[in-house]
Design a protein around this ligand. Sequence first.
Ligand SMILES: *[C@@H]1O[C@H](CO)[C@@H](O)[C@H](O)[C@H]1NC(C)=O
Ligand SMILES: *[C@@H]1O[C@H](CO)[C@@H](O)[C@H](O)[C@H]1NC(C)=O
Ligand SMILES: *[C@@H]1O[C@H](CO)[C@@H](O)[C@H](O)[C@H]1NC(C)=O
Ligand SMILES: CC(=O)N[C@H]1CO[C@H](CO)[C@@H](O)[C@@H]1O
Length: 334
Amino acid sequence: MQWIHILAFIFAGLTTGSNLRKKIIIDTDLFSDVDDAGALLLACTHSQADLLGVNINYPSTYSVLAASSILGYYKHSHIPIGVPQPVTNRTFFDSRAYILGEYASKVAYNWRQHSDMPWMDTSSAWDPVQLYRKLLSEQEDQSVTIASIGFLDNLSGLLSSSADAYSPLPGSALVATKVKELVIMGGAYPCGHEYNFYGYNASAAAHVINTWPGRMVFSGAELGGPVYSGARLTVEGPIGDPVKAAYQWYTGYNQSRNSWDPLTVLYAIEGLGRTFVYGNEGGRNYVYPDGRNEWLQRDSPHAQHYLELAVSEKDAGALLDEYFVQGAAMASGQ
Ligand SMILES: *[C@@H]1O[C@H](CO)[C@@H](O)[C@H](O)[C@H]1NC(C)=O
Ligand SMILES: *[C@@H]1O[C@H](CO)[C@@H](O)[C@H](O)[C@H]1NC(C)=O
Ligand SMILES: *[C@@H]1O[C@H](CO)[C@@H](O)[C@H](O)[C@H]1NC(C)=O
Ligand SMILES: CC(=O)N[C@H]1CO[C@H](CO)[C@@H](O)[C@@H]1O
């Protein structure tokens, strides 16, 4: 695995402080799975990422506060966070396997000194659609990458939005003008029935995927499912790191987790690089009303792709682990 270390260091060195950094907005549930926390670690610490904002798409107080604590810990407290109101106080409980542990409330509370939201008070969070409209309107045309690693409701709201103080463009035109690429963890390829599309509001998923006026790249269940990461962070990560703690609470010490979301964000930041290839030639994704999806051999006005790994599953997991451990070490000043 030595080449991975060397590569990651070269990459980090070459790109630090460069203006090649990708402008990224993350739309995350940060609730039932810990891989969203790994994805946020990447987005905050990867030298090629310029995080503009984070929208939460699961309406839990703890998801918002956990995001605020994590961003604050990684010195990104200036990054705005959006959530649809009203929020509930729901927490995750693993009623399927009774193995996975809840982490969002614990990260939110124990790192609350890093958050700029008062404990249990999310009233300063943005409305997600307004936040999208503000952030997009401030950026150059075709410059923003959105990484969707949860439910699609906020993005559906963005597409349906009207002109406002931020932009005279309706949502769809604003997206077509400002967004370079929408990267989505959801669905399965070439076809399947995956949670992010059916689990919350399948109509919102269908609306976004079937009508998005620009380029889309998909990361399916089969991409990140067999790639495991996180164990090294729980062993080697600095003691005060919130994402290390989140993985420890969720999976346990030296245990790994599937890498759906961090792989998706890695693609959003680095593009294909050495890690990914496109799995399709032409065609487009289609989402049915029940959240099933299928790759249709039908032309699309904007390029659509789904991702496959260009490296082994083991090497992809090792690369993520390397980024987690390096990013966490850097953030703690080690
Ligand atoms: C969530 O908990 C806080 C603090 O206990 C309480 O003030 C608030 O009303 C609760 N929110 C809901 C929706 O129950
Ligand atoms: C589901 O999404 C659709 C499309 O965005 C929206 O019209 C509808 O109100 C949403 N339903 C719920 C229950 O949020
Ligand atoms: C972590 O787990 C790996 C294998 O799963 C093992 O080789 C290693 O010794 C463990 N490390 C610690 C510190 O427990
Ligand atoms: C499910 C969900 O959270 N959807 C929301 C996305 O954002 C818009 C406005 O910001 C809300 O009205 C939706 O309810």
